[in-house]
Design a protein around this ligand. Sequence first.
Ligand SMILES: CC(C)(COP(=O)(O)OP(=O)(O)OC[C@H]1O[C@@H](n2cnc3c(N)ncnc32)[C@H](O)[C@@H]1OP(=O)(O)O)[C@@H](O)C(=O)NCCC(=O)NCCS
Length: 189
Amino acid sequence: MTRTVAVVSNAEQMAHVIALRAAVFMSEQGCPYEEEFDGNDYSSTHLVGYVDGRPVATFRIRWFAGFAHLGRLAALPKARHSRIVPELVKRGIEVVRMKGYTKVYGHAQKRLVDFWARFGFYPTGRNEPIVWSDHEYVEMCGDLPPHPDRVTMEGPAMKILRPEGEWDKPGRLEKSAERGATNPVSQAA
Ligand SMILES: CC(C)(COP(=O)(O)OP(=O)(O)OC[C@H]1O[C@@H](n2cnc3c(N)ncnc32)[C@H](O)[C@@H]1OP(=O)(O)O)[C@@H](O)C(=O)NCCC(=O)NCCS
């Protein structure tokens, strides 16, 4: 069994996200379409987990000043307990840390508080009742150590330009730099 995780960077991978969330949240958990696809998907980072090349799990990260909001974690029933979910969550946390965040926040379905605790997250303690799409949620957060290789303004300029989640290897624009600069502009400009 081969497990891989991708940070979504194209329309086909986004189709994987939508298919997986439709299957798990809309079909299995009866969530209405407009509540599952809540208007936040185009401003988020998405991850997809693959087992033997097939999309089986997904996870969403939203970005706010000072914290990242984790959510929409789902695995197809047949992929549960395959270890793809821990890999997906760990990769998501790595992305969050690489972007310089040290605080994560989320809403856990009540029955999954202990699941999120496995990743070091804990209830905020506010105990505000949170209900949506027919589930009760518990507010949880987590503190992450600063990533030693995180992307910063002071770091290499080209690292910032690499594709999201692929900051550990040269990106396509570093390759383009090999052509050198000719500073092209059209005659009309
Ligand atoms: C929640 C979900 C993503 C978990 O995926 P999974 O493949 O079942 O998770 P795993 O079996 O790999 O469990 C990962 C770890 O959490 C633990 N765990 C799993 N479910 C747990 C639970 N309900 N309570 C406590 N621990 C739990 C496992 O023992 C495992 O621990 P380990 O890494 O120490 O061995 C999956 O069940 C799912 O898609 N559910 C439907 C969608 C959903 O409810 N999403 C969450 C919305 S908050």
